[in-house]
Design a protein around this ligand. Structure first.
Ligand SMILES: Nc1ncnc2c1ncn2[C@@H]1O[C@H](COP(=O)(O)OP(=O)(O)O)[C@@H](O)[C@H]1O
Ligand SMILES: [Mg+2]
Length: 249
């Protein structure tokens, strides 16, 4: 799309490493995310998935390596600069504006795209419906419990309509019946608006349904990447992650 981005990759990560007190949270990670694609990231707890998002979104500076976004090197840029370039990401601990209602928080996110207040309200209504928030959208955010806050966080980033979205385990806050509308909305945003999506998720049904490419992290490294059905059949992936998921251990 962009002439400054001949590779066609929205995101290119090269040789990214990040240690915390000698623990290699990320070790020489490479990842390409083509425009309009959906990449699902799986892996055991502590594998470095959230750290990867933190590095890509500018919350953490990598010890080494590079992050390119829309063809530009953004390594070490602050989060607001990366957000301004068209990336939105969810936080596991959300901090909504507590005195505002959930709906007002979503409208505020939609307004960051520019455009009219009316458009922002319409966009907010759509994501509020899709995320199953309608019943409590007019409650003030500081009265909401954790599961509701997770949904509000998802609605907030969807309302921004970013060019690339990073979702960190957002489906975990939903009961199974509530997941399908969110999965459908994400698929629709990719079809209709060319949204590029990178999502970390333990809900394998959603990973298999949405992902063009599945990437597996284990102990800070990418141990497998490729078509979903191939990746989940890879013995290394079964050993590192899926065996434990399937047995519930
Ligand atoms: N801010 C931090 N300070 C120290 N250690 C951290 C920090 N963030 C993550 N880690 C460590 O880095 C490793 C990867 O963590 P994380 O990226 O949260 O994994 P995941 O999201 O895959 O569960 C873990 O060992 C974790 O304890
Ligand atoms: Mg995590």
């Amino acid at each position: 799309m962009s002439t400054s981005n001949p590779s066609g990759n929205v995101l290119e990560v090269r040789g990214v490493s990040k240690s915390f007190n000698g623990v290699h949270a990320l070790a020489d990670v490479d990842l390409d995310v083509p425009e309009g694609s959906i990449v699902g990231i799986i892996g055991p707890n502590g594998a470095g998935k959230t750290t990867f998002f933190n590095v890509v979104a500018g919350a953490l500076r990598p010890d080494s390596g590079h992050v390119r976004l829309f063809g530009k090197d953004v390594t070490g840029l602050p989060p607001h600069r990366i957000a301004h370039a068209g990336m939105a990401r969810t936080f596991q601990l959300m901090r909504p504006f507590g005195s505002m209602t959930a709906r007002e928080n979503v409208v505020a996110a939609a307004l960051t795209r520019g455009g009219s207040h009316k458009d922002a309200r319409l966009a907010a209504d759509e994501v509020i419906d899709a995320t199953g928030m309608a019943a409590w959208a007019d409650a003030t955010s500081d009265s909401l419990h954790t599961a509701a806050l997770k949904r509000l966080e998802l609605a907030r980033v969807l309302a921004i309509r970013p060019r690339i979205l990073l979702l960190d385990e957002v489906l975990a806050g939903l009961v199974p019946a509530e997941r399908a509308p969110v999965v459908d909305l994400l698929a629709r945003l990719r079809e209709a608006e060319g949204l590029t999506l990178v999502f970390v998720e333990h809900i394998m049904q959603a990973v298999m349904k949405l992902s063009d490419t599945v990437v597996v992290f284990d102990r800070g490294r990418v141990i497998a990447s490729g078509e979903p059905t191939e990746v989940v059949a890879d013995p290394r992936v079964v050993e590192a992650y899926l065996g434990q998921e399937l047995t519930g251990a």
